[in-house]
Ligand binder design. Structure first.
Ligand code: SAH
Length: 220
């Protein structure tokens, strides 16, 4: 294969990737631009690395998964992130979602219960020069009290109900997007808006996420 062929196939794969996002309802231009600028390749290691540009969830370390790009796009779009926002993500996983948020927000805090995933994600953030992300090993269901309140909160693991501490750490006027439902059943993405008069809930599409678990993962 010549260099020209390689360039051509990379450009084509990128176009197909963006086309898949658009056809699944990701239409916000800032979100599409952020997703165009964050290569999913570095976030997937080993056996599945060749499939990074397909619209599929894929296995990562610690028995977890990197979400499907169109679901990442729809959740990010629903979050309505603006450039001044401080965002909390629960469920760092590969770090891909956090990297996209880092292009849209002022500051991103991301938490995972697996020390290994946090360590690997930090390495990628450094390589990509994404200096506005802080990755932390902890049980994210308790949020991050020392940095609260947050303009936006995104949870990328499924709980039966929105965790109370996260609702408490959301700013008034803030938005939280998360999957709810049991891990072995149909889950729904929901969007919660915190207003002066209380919480407003919107139900989005059905999804399948790994469960939000208590405590730290076995690796620390
Ligand atoms: N957003 C990720 C995908 C997340 S997969 C990406 O872009 O790749 C869900 C992640 O949630 C897993 O890595 C899992 O370890 C983490 N998780 C599950 N329960 C958690 C908890 N209580 N606190 C923090 N992370 C948790």
């Amino acid at each position: 294969m010549t260099d020209d062929d390689a360039d051509h196939s990379t450009a084509e794969r990128k176009m197909q990737f963006l086309y898949a996002l658009r056809s699944k309802g990701v239409t916000d231009s800032r979100v599409l631009e952020a997703m165009e600028n964050v290569d999913r390749g570095p976030f997937i290691k080993g056996l599945f690395s060749g499939r990074a540009y397909e619209d599929m969830p894929l296995p990562i370390a610690c028995g977890q998964t990197i979400s499907q790009p169109s679901v990442v796009g729809l959740m990010t779009q629903a979050l309505e992130v603006s450039p001044r926002d401080k965002v909390l993500e629960v469920g760092t996983g590969s770090g891909y979602q956090a990297a996209i948020l880092s292009k849209l927000a002022r500051r991103v805090y991301t938490i995972d219960r697996h020390r290994r995933l946090v360590h690997e994600a930090r390495g990628i953030f450094q390589d990509l020069d994404l200096v506005n992300i802080t990755a932390i090993t902890a049980d994210g269901s308790f949020g991050l009290a020392e940095q609260a309140p947050f303009d936006r909160i995104i949870v990328t693991a499924a709980a039966e109900d929105p965790p109370g501490p996260l609702l408490a750490q959301l700013k008034e006027g803030g938005i939280m997007v998360l999957p709810v439902g049991q891990s072995d059943a149909v889950q729904h993405l929901i969007r919660v808006r915190k207003t002066a008069s209380g919480l407003e809930y919107d139900e989005m599409r059905s999804v399948r996420f790994v469960p939000l678990l208590e405590g730290l993962g076995k690796d620390g």
